[in-house]
Design a protein around this ligand. Structure first.
Ligand SMILES: [Zn+2]
Length: 111
């Protein structure tokens, strides 16, 4: 019983350390306020994507809506020791506006 608790504790510490080591925290020292919509932003996280980038999903209206929810790309080299999680701030209004623009663009684009 005593060994089981120690094993569980060691596993918990290893998992916690592994998760924190593989995270890029872009909220440290970053402003949490959207200057466009004059509101406080929320913290969120996303999985970092590696490999070739899907050019169809690159935002063209970054300057108009600077803080939407994003897909974070870590580059084209795929390795196991790379960070997996990206923490950042996003603005709910920027996110809504960008989604609307994307829907409008998709409905008018012929493929
Ligand atoms: Zn905003």
């Amino acid at each position: 019983m005593k060994y089981r608790i120690q094993i569980i504790l060691v596993a918990f510490v290893m998992i916690t350390c592994a998760q924190s080591c593989k995270t890029i925290d872009a909220t440290i020292g970053a402003k949490d306020y959207c200057r466009v919509h004059d509101q406080k932003m929320k913290k969120t996280r996303t999985f970092i994507k590696y490999g070739l980038r899907d050019m169809k999903n690159i935002s063209t209206d970054f300057f108009e809506y600077p803080y939407p929810k994003i897909n974070h790309y870590g580059g084209c080299v795929i390795r196991k020791d790379r960070p997996r999680i990206y923490k950042y701030y996003y603005c709910t209004q920027c996110n809504k506006a960008q989604k609307k623009e994307k829907e409008k663009h998709e409905s008018t684009t012929l493929y």
